[in-house]
Design a protein around this ligand. Structure first.
Ligand SMILES: COc1ccc2c(n1)CCN(C(C)=O)[C@H]2C(=O)Nc1ccc(OCc2ccccc2OC)cc1
Length: 246
């Protein structure tokens, strides 16, 4: 249990603060855009991009989001007490999961669109990626997250728990990660108890299982893409995307 925190309230407050400060976009800001959709011509432009061009386009934008998740992780009490290798191992497997949790805050369930390039895009915009199953799974996951109607504080604690996972592969000091994970779990149960929503806990664990399968689908697609377009994947993708996902 990180000695620097006197109580669970302080732990929750620091995770919520870090979530807010590393959110890249505020929910209110993007809610104003939720009905700003792409025109037929704009959709055509995305659909006529080559597979590698569209993958590069998305990888660059998603790397933006990943950078903010790395910042978020650094302010989770106890994360910096872990070894460098364990911090990287947790981010390697957890950062895309947190991006997808955060992405659900910028999803419009009424017209099944997600924030992308300044407007809200339906699945058809991503057709040239040639991975409709990944996009369908991303949209389904976002729907499932929206259905839980989590508050920003609940999303903050849930995101921290997604990241601090002692079951991740190749951890050097699993025990240490377990101690940090347990304190974050305490924080999440504390928040849900305070909100009188303990029933959400098992739904959140179910969401974590879906998230794991969604991210292994992303890795599988990325492997397929890197084999087919080695040049793009190795020299045109943002270094952080390659470092974490390739
Ligand atoms: C944290 O929440 C958010 C929400 C939205 C955005 C961001 N952050 C960052 C800034 N951003 C911009 C600038 O558009 C948004 C974005 O990247 N949107 C977006 C990108 C790709 C999408 O599907 C393709 C795809 C999905 C999963 C895995 C691989 C994929 O393709 C290879 C769908 C939407």
């Amino acid at each position: 249990y990180p000695h620097s925190l006197r109580n669970i309230d302080e732990l929750c407050a620091s995770i919520v603060r870090s979530h807010r400060e590393t959110s890249q976009y505020r929910v209110e800001e993007l809610q104003a855009l939720r009905w700003k959709l792409f025109s037929r011509e704009e959709i055509q432009t995305y659909q006529t991009k080559s597979v590698d061009e569209m993958w590069q386009h998305c990888a660059i934008r998603l790397t933006d989001a990943v950078q903010f998740v790395v910042e978020f992780a650094k302010h989770i009490p106890g994360f910096r007490m872990l070894s460098q290798n364990d911090q990287i191992a947790l981010l390697k497997t957890g950062s895309m999961e947190v991006v997808l949790v955060r992405m659900s805050r910028f999803f419009n369930t009424e017209n099944n669109t997600v924030f992308f390039d300044g407007k809200f895009a339906g699945t058809e915009v991503f057709k040239s990626l040639a991975c409709g199953d990944l996009i369908a799974a991303v949209f389904d996951f976002a729907h499932g997250m929206c259905a839980l109607k989590l508050t920003e504080q609940q999303i903050a604690l849930f995101s921290a728990l997604v990241l601090i996972n002692a079951d991740r592969p190749c951890l050097e000091d699993r025990g240490k990660v377990q101690r940090v994970q347990r304190s974050v779990e305490l924080g999440l149960t504390h928040i849900l108890h305070r909100d009188n929503q303990e029933s959400l806990m098992h739904k959140l664990y179910q969401r974590m299982a879906v998230l794991r399968s969604l991210c292994s689908l992303h890795m599988e697609k990325l492997r397929w893409f890197s084999q087919r377009y080695p040049l793009t994947a190795h020299s045109l993708f943002p270094p952080l995307y390659k470092e974490l996902f390739a």
